[in-house]
Design a protein around this ligand. Sequence first.
Ligand code: SAH
Length: 356
Amino acid sequence: MNTLTIIDKLKTEQNASRDELIFLLRRLGEQERRALREAARETALRQFGNKIYIRGLIEISSVCKNDCYYCGLRRSNPHAVRYRLSEEQILSCCRKGWGLGFRTFVLQGGEDGFFTDARVCGIVGAIKSRFPDCAITLSLGERGEESFRRLFDAGADRYLLRHETADPDHYQKLHPPEMSGSERQKQLFALKRIGFQTGAGFMVGSPYQTAENLADDLLFLKRLAPQMCGIGPFIPHRDTAFHDKPRGSLELTLALLAIIRLMHPRILLPATTALGTIHPQGREQGILHGANVVMPNLSPEEHRRDYAIYDNKLATGVESAEGLDKLKAQMRAIGYEIVTDRGDYRGNETNKIIRE
Ligand code: SAH
């Protein structure tokens, strides 16, 4: 086996075997990283030109019933500051975002029982009636097929639910026994079936992660064929059991972004906040490795610090919606342009957004 041959195969066939992926992931040297970067950048440019889509991220609740070992918002963290946004607050975030040029709003939060189907459907409907030219992405954890269907029928367009890790044993090392990787995967397939533009994803360098795990993550993505994929480095949070685990590396995250771009040429792939948090040029590097989306924070300023899933999470400067001009300048400096666009997935997937 030869790493550059495998990269060629990713480029031409958009595929590689498990053994080849493991082989490549174990031998990511200077040469491999450069070849991946150049191929992924070319692929993204071919699909999207130099256009970058933006999403306004609204963190609607820091309350969560789950106890994921890596997350600062896990229910057993007594130091986490808990808040939830009212419908009025959410709408006012959208109003501000619309003025800034956002045409997608991402409502993200912990698994908070307060946000029942009726409440979320009401909020989705209110956003859609006021901002009919905008897409709504939800990222509210596992709610089950019936709930997903109601949210879709209320007008939500997309759903983000990272699979976190495709390996059941690794999943169990990151989550308490009441959570399961197969349930998570089942819910992802349900989202696709319902018609959501669906996003999966995982943390890079999460505790106990192996090259085999990452290869399986890539193969799972191939099987699910999601329209979006969120990946970013694991970053420890001081109030979790993983507080002393090392964070994921910039280089490995960038290589994985590039591999995902090659395997899924049209996928919507953000340069995440976590990537921007671990390196001052993380976001730009992400774009140069095939990412085509950024998600600045639109949450009300007084709550931003409290959606603390990991330590030192960026929510100001270019990570914030108010810093959009600076973000535009940063993107321009590397030859890219932020556009005012819903930025929907464009492909011939079978689950195109057909409403029943
Ligand atoms: N409750 C929602 C939203 C979770 S936050 C859900 O379960 O989908 C979004 C993502 O942040 C998670 O899916 C996870 O991959 C990531 N995340 C959580 N803790 C993290 C950490 N310590 N470092 C890096 N990413 C983290």
